[in-house]
Design a protein around this ligand. Sequence first.
Ligand code: AMP
Ligand code: MN
Ligand code: MN
Ligand code: MN
Length: 281
Amino acid sequence: MSLPYDINADLHCHSTVSDGTLPPTVVAERAHANGVRIWSLTDHDEVGGQLIARETAEELGMQYVPGVEISVTWAGQTVHIVGLQIDPLCPDLIDGLTATRSGRARRARDIGDALAAVGIDGAFEGALRYVGNPDLISRTHFARWMVDEGICDSIGEVFDRYLTQGKPGYVGHRWATLAEAVQWIRQAGGIAVMAHPGRYDYTPMQHDALFDEFKSLGGAAVEVVTGSHTPDQYRRYAEVARHYGLLASRGSDFHGPGEGRVEIGTLPPLPPSLTPVWHDW
Ligand code: AMP
Ligand code: MN
Ligand code: MN
Ligand code: MN
């Protein structure tokens, strides 16, 4: 029995286990309240929330999909690869994620120093107060602190002015390789999904090379309908899914109430002509 293409699936969300503001149980309740039928918690580089997410989802009557979002460096930029239907206990995956997380504390201190150099003191200690998981300090935690301090009006403004490449609080970091991320996901029995490709700033040639490499490594799906895409990008990445023979995924990338453009479980359905990543679940 395959699930319909327009089922309310939300296969990309965050909790306090990474850079979301709500604990996994509350994200599950919110997904359910918004009509989600199949749900995945995909915290950055971390599977610590998977057990409780599954338990809560199943108690509420949702189908649970174990997930993760892995940080990758490809051609000098950060790319995110979502893994769905992973075994969160797979040692290869756990070791890979542990290695991926390991540089975050050092990077966060460096971000603090870089911000201090432009007159923003105490950012590292400030950001730490917003962290739910001490292993996973993210730029988002700096951004929340800076908004609450009145340094900027919104998280988007913090990223634009301070935390993106070329800005004074940006600290380069080398994450996993694309091959590693796809391999860890596949070793854990999962499906590798190219997350929010519309957000990457590659040349057309690099863009094609990224998808060619992803496909040749065994990458199987692409996010078409995501909170990070505009409706024009839904159409563009529907074309990309068809061109590369990739399954299509849908996920809000919800981080918390009032953050980001999209509420959990409220995106439009996938275009009916695509094969959804859940077609055989
Ligand atoms: P990190 O993994 O520490 O580099 O932080 C990446 C996270 O920052 C992403 O997962 C998003 O949650 C958030 N982020 C990145 N760019 C932006 C942006 N322009 N506006 C708001 N949030 C962003
Ligand atoms: Mn995030
Ligand atoms: Mn992402
Ligand atoms: Mn995400």
